[in-house]
Each structure stands twice: as C-alpha cells, then as structure tokens.
Design a protein around this ligand. Sequence first.
Ligand SMILES: [Zn+2]
Length: 284
Amino acid sequence: MPSRTTPHPDQQTRPTPPRDLGAPHTHDRPEHAAALAGLLARLATRDTRASGPVPGGELHAGRYDRSRRIAVRAGHGERVALVTLRPAAGCELDAATLGPLLAAILDNAPEESGDHPAADLSAATVHLSSRMRRDDRTPARRADGSAGWTVPGAVVHLERHTLTVTTPACYVRIALDGPDWTERAAAAVLDAALWWLAAPEARHMTRTTAARGWQRLGDVVPGAVGRDRHGHQAYSGLSTALCSCGWTSGLKDDRQYARAAARQHAQEAAAAAATDQNAASPLP
Ligand SMILES: [Zn+2]
C-alpha cells in the first residue's frame, strides 16, 4: 500500500475497489503517488520548484499562490500534459488519489508530442469512450464549443484539449499537450481522474445497452433470440449491462435480464465496499 502522507478527509470513507476488477483506471499506483507526495512535500516548505522521475516519465512541479502545477513529461522527454491542482478551502492535495491520475496520463500519452497545435477533441466522443458515466446521452455542447456533464460528486468540463474535474475537495485541470491525443486516450485519463476524485457512488454507475431491434438477418449477432419477419429480418433483443468500474455482464437475451444483472452487480459492489470499510475501521 502507498504511504498516504497527505490523507484526504474523505479518504477514510471511500471504498476500495473489489479485487477482481480489471479496469486500468481502478488500479492503485503507489510509485506515482509516492513520487507526487515527495514533490508536494518539498513545495510545502521553501521550494517553489521540484521535479523527479516516475515510472514512464518525469514530473516537474511548481508552487503558485493558490495552486500547484505539475508538468508531466513522458519517457521521450516531451511534455504530454500540464496538470493544475487547486484544493478547496480546508482540503489538502491527496497524493494517493492524484498519483493514479498522473500514471494514467503517462500510460495513455501519445508516442510523440511535437510542436504542433494541441488536439481538438470531441466532447461527445470522449464521453462515449469513457466508462465513468451515467448513460449514453451525448452531453450538450455550449456556445463556446465546450461541453460538460456530471457524475456523483464531480463535474466534468471539456474544452478542445482541456479536461477539468471539479469536486467539493479540489479543482483539477488537465491540459493535454500535442496533436496526437485521441478521444479514447483522453477518456482513459478522465476515467482515472473520476474514479479517484469523484464520490464513492460514481465507482459503480451501471447502465444497459439498447437492443438492436429489427435488422437484416445477416447483421444479427449469433445467438440472438430472433423472430423471422417477411423472411428478411429478425429481431434482436440482446442487451449488455456495463458498470463504471469496468464490469460487464456479457450479452443477455433481453434488456430486462441485463438490468437484473446490473442490479445484482451494484448490490454485490455495495456489500464488498461495506465489508472493506468494516475491515478498515474496526471497532475500538
Ligand atoms: Zn461496478
């Protein structure tokens, strides 16, 4: 386990993820967290600049009036993101929760950054590529071209190549550098940010996919429960349940079965979280 040198007030109440989940955004990243904790500790004293290596790259941190900025450099030496961290009044920056975010940036950064303009990412595609979301609805685009949406405990805002996540504890702005950042890579970074910064309920937001309905026979997925119609079309009611933790039910014959699987998963996740919390805080 990482040394939690700057524990967040909410940290005690956050459930740890069930252990059989394989989604990258749920992974604890102790080396990145420890490196970040060291830099933040140096900035808390007399230093205004501090830098150091992490697996996959380097972090260059700077202290400003009300914020800390971390330039993330990948192994090829170029800056791939600039992260601005601003804790809310009464809160401290928590290296244990921000470390996995920095790791996700390095894991998903493009091979080269280059001196070209930054990518202009589609908010709708980032949203659809993200697992940490409530549903499939496209976020409304604002007049300035930006878009935003919410998950429990956090507000997300995306403008071109900049993701911001605002929670009651902190404001995190992630400016992705270079033209080669894709929506899929940005979504992976966002997933890590929301998994670690949003409310515990955001970790298990379930949804089910819409059935395909009537379609040409050749397009029907093998195994579909089909009914021939006019000899050309068949009905597919197949649906899948998905969760923001990365869990999926696999194909179910009908959406109601997918919904039932989602409910069962949510109950099991809540029970696992309660067990972990009891284990973490034994009675005196
Ligand atoms: Zn889940």
